[in-house]
Design a protein around this ligand. Structure first.
Ligand code: R5P
Length: 298
């Protein structure tokens, strides 16, 4: 029984301070359950409201990818610089230390390999397993305009329903097929459909023209996808522009782990996303860190 002797009188009611209502700094998240908002805050830094996600889920359809042959050697040393890691449950359970402090965005769709029609995906993870893994969100590919468009949208809506039941957000990943146009009009359509149908955040590609209309018309955070490997300055410039034009951060894979200096690159990306460092300065920082990390004189 609790000790109830000599209880202190209550007195500090701070009558001159209005009671604060907790507000999320994640777009569209203020009406979500506390658990879901808490999970989103493990992806989007509460300070900047932005995220640097490290995408290493490529193996789910293309097997060992350049830079991901040995995730234990090449990716684990980068993890403390990632707000969230996007990966499969196979890599998570086999290779990622359970002491991980970053959020996890779990790949939850799959099926076809690069040898088949990629849009023919199904749900690949039960939401109970996602909860067991204590992930911060699950990710699902959505193929608007693709051969299996409707099926992929249905994958997402089923995950959204299951996620709402457990407080686990869903990331809708707008996938582009070989023959699909990559312009602002297409990405506005794809992102908005994901958000309208319940995804709590969306991942999409950057476009030079009109990216700000993609972010402006999406009621949940838009995270910029990295895409194919670019020269480091170009990748930093793309990330900078995306954030300036309304992205809530980046989810980059090959542009980090296929860089000549992956650790220096993810550190430079962090500066761009969280501190809005200009790309030229971030590139200088990248070069300095690259030399330091290679043990050469700066
Ligand atoms: C893309 O849609 C998939 O989720 C990928 O496997 C991965 O996240 C892509 O990352 P990146 O294009 O930055 O290498």
């Amino acid at each position: 029984m609790a000790d109830t002797d000599n209880l202190k009188d209550t007195k500090e009611y701070f009558l001159d301070i209005p009671m604060k209502a907790a507000q999320s700094n994640v777009r569209g998240a203020s009406a979500l359950d506390w658990g879901m908002q808490n999970r989103l805050s493990r992806i989007f830094q509460p300070g900047s409201g932005k995220t640097v996600m490290l995408a290493v889920d490529h193996g789910y359809f293309q097997g060992p990818t350049a830079g991901l042959e040995r995730v234990d050697v090449t990716i684990v040393p980068l993890l403390q610089n990632a707000d969230a890691l996007m990966c499969t449950r196979g890599i998570l359970r086999s290779t990622i230390p359970a002491s991980l402090q970053s959020g996890v965005v779990l790949r939850a769709s799959g099926g076809p390999s690069i040898l088949k029609e990629l849009s023919n995906e199904h749900i690949a993870v039960d939401m109970d397993d996602a909860a067991r893994l204590n992930v911060s969100a699950v990710a699902v590919q959505v193929y608007i305009g693709g051969e299996f468009e409707s099926q992929s949208v249905h994958n997402m809506t089923r995950l959204v329903d299951a996620g709402l039941g457990r407080g686990i957000p869903v990331l809708g990943v707008t996938a582009v097929g070989k023959d699909m146009v990559r312009d602002a009009r297409y990405f506005r359509l794809a992102c908005r459909i994901c958000a309208e149908l319940g995804a709590q955040f969306v991942k999409t590609y950057y476009v030079d023209e009109g990216f700000e209309t993609v972010t402006a018309s999406c009621p949940v955070p838009v995270v910029m996808a990295g895409g194919k490997k670019l020269p480091e300055l170009d990748a930093l410039t793309m990330a900078y522009r995306a954030v300036q034009e309304g992205a809530a951060g980046v989810d980059m894979g090959r542009n980090i782990f296929q860089s000549d200096a992956p650790l220096a690159m993810i550190q430079a990306v962090n500066k761009v996303v969280h501190e809005r460092m200009k790309p030229e300065h971030a590139y200088e920082l990248y070069q300095t860190l690259q030399r330091e990390q290679a043990g050469r004189p700066v």
